[in-house]
Ligand binder design. Structure first.
Ligand SMILES: Cc1cc2nc3c(=O)[nH]c(=O)nc-3n(C[C@H](O)[C@H](O)[C@H](O)COP(=O)(O)OP(=O)(O)OC[C@H]3O[C@@H](n4cnc5c(N)ncnc54)[C@H](O)[C@@H]3O)c2cc1C
Length: 412
């Protein structure tokens, strides 16, 4: 078969390799001047290429499309990814949280490995070539439209990614292609991104403050819509970011953020009552010392002023004059420090796109369109997304290999 792959990212390169290995005539089209521009910036330039977990543990980290990707992540899991890169001469190492990186710590090695695999398999790589659309007649793929002309292909794989970091080439072209042949798109929204807060002045006062061992939770109309594990977060000039916030963003990105409230639990290891007992004890020990001394043992220095302001407490006030009622308020605020979000960060700085090609219209067995014969979608263009840790690249690889499994091995 003559097969076209649109997109030279993680999913496109893996898919091209696997289909070409079966003896088909594969051409990969990439609009950039080079392959894998997004891979290059992954994992802060080190590329967290997969997560060394499988099955349910892996699935827990998939936010949208859990059921849909179940078969794909079984067909080609993180062990397969590790073996694949070993075979192409890119040894990997496992770090904290089962995150897998190239031993060299260079994302460019992952791109070279994928490119090498494609060349070994005989894929024709066409750079600087932007596909304008797919061409379909009578519900069947006939080819691609490039430079206004139709180039014939028996099958087409759309691997154009989402819409985040568009400078890397992911500009949502796949959605346009899909729509033109009748597919529906679940509205793309940013995921794994920072959150902007209403109170910019507060943010500016504590910009750069990093919090460790805290928990976050989010409420919409008094209903908890997200609750984190213990982790880290930080304040930016206009909001919050860091690991806990990125994860939270993937679960609140379809909520009306103007109605959402986010809360920090500064002391997740101790209950509100436990905190009250501790405050009583500390206050007895502090005697007539200032209230600021009480907070110094509880909060980062730069936060104390803001915290006291919310409680209407003067830091110069004597600690032992803090009333029972106010102590209760302190304990409550330590567990429920409210933040008012206004929006998520934009697509330009979000790690992944949630939303994409409606999964109801795709057969998960082969990532094949249910509407058009011999049309496939792989990777982030689909309505799938996962948390940080190497899960998104693994989803790109798993869906790519699953798609390739629909092609007959004509070399056998
Ligand atoms: C800053 C950042 C850090 C990240 N870090 C990690 C990480 O460490 N681990 C992890 O698992 N995930 C990470 N991700 C997410 C991960 O990079 C993506 O989920 C993954 O790369 C998606 O792969 P893809 O092949 O589906 O799409 P993309 O990588 O977006 O590739 C799509 C390709 O298609 C090309 N293309 C688009 N339209 C056309 C067209 N019309 N014609 C021709 N070519 C076209 C684009 O130029 C692009 O090269 C990160 C993302 C970002 C932005």
């Amino acid at each position: 078969m003559k097969v076209a792959i649109i997109g030279g990212g993680a999913s496109g390169m893996m898919c091209a390799t696997m289909i070409a290995r079966k003896g088909h005539n594969v051409t990969l089209f990439e609009k950039n001047e080079k392959l894998g521009k997004k891979i290059y910036i992954t994992g802060k330039g080190r590329c967290n290429v997969t997560n060394a977990t499988v099955g349910d543990t892996f699935l827990k980290n998939v936010v949208n499309g859990k059921k849909f990707v179940m078969g794909a992540i079984t067909r080609f899991n993180s062990n397969d990814t590790i073996n694949f890169f070993n075979e192409v001469g890119v040894p990997l190492k496992i770090e904290r949280g089962n995150r897998v990186f190239p031993e060299s710590d260079k994302s460019s090695d992952i791109i070279s490995g994928l490119e090498k695999a494609m060349r070994w398999a005989g894929v024709e790589i066409k750079l600087n070539l932007e596909v304008q659309n797919i061409s379909v007649e009578n519900g069947k793929i006939v080819g691609l439209i490039i430079n206004g002309k139709t180039e014939k292909f028996d099958a087409v794989v759309v691997a154009t990614g989402g819409v985040t970091y568009p400078a890397t080439g992911s500009t949502g072209d796949g959605y346009k292609f899909a729509k033109s042949v009748g597919h529906s798109i679940i509205e793309p929204v940013p995921a794994l991104c920072a959150v902007r807060l209403k109170n910019n002045n507060e943010c500016k006062q504590i910009e750069g403050l990093s919090l460790k061992n805290v928990k976050l939770y989010a409420k919409l109309d008094d209903k908890i819509v997200y609750q984190s594990d213990v982790g880290e977060m930080l304040f930016t000039s206009n909001g919050i970011s860091g690991p806990l916030v990125l994860s939270m963003s993937s679960y609140i990105n379809r909520c009306d953020l103007t109605k959402l409230k986010i809360y920090i639990d500064f002391k997740p290891g101790i209950s509100e009552d436990g905190l009250l007992t501790r405050l009583d004890r500390d206050i007895v020990n502090l005697k007539a010392k200032q209230t600021s001394s009480l907070f110094e043992g509880l909060l980062p220095r730069s936060l104390i002023q803001l915290f006291a302001k919310r409680l209407g407490l003067k830091l110069t006030e004597k600690a032992n004059q803090i009333t029972k009622e106010k102590r209760k308020n302190i304990a409550f605020l330590l567990k429920n420090y409210e933040l008012e979000p206004i929006s998520l960060e934009n697509f330009e700085s979000s790690v992944v796109t949630a939303g994409g090609i409606n999964l109801k219209e795709i057969n998960p067995k082969y990532m094949k369109s249910k509407l058009v014969d011999n049309l496939y979608f792989v990777g982030e263009v689909l309505d799938i997304d996962a948390l940080t840790g190497g899960f998104n690249l693994q989803l790109a690889f798993s869906t790519a290999v699953t798609c390739a499994s629909d092609f007959k091995d004509i070399k056998e």
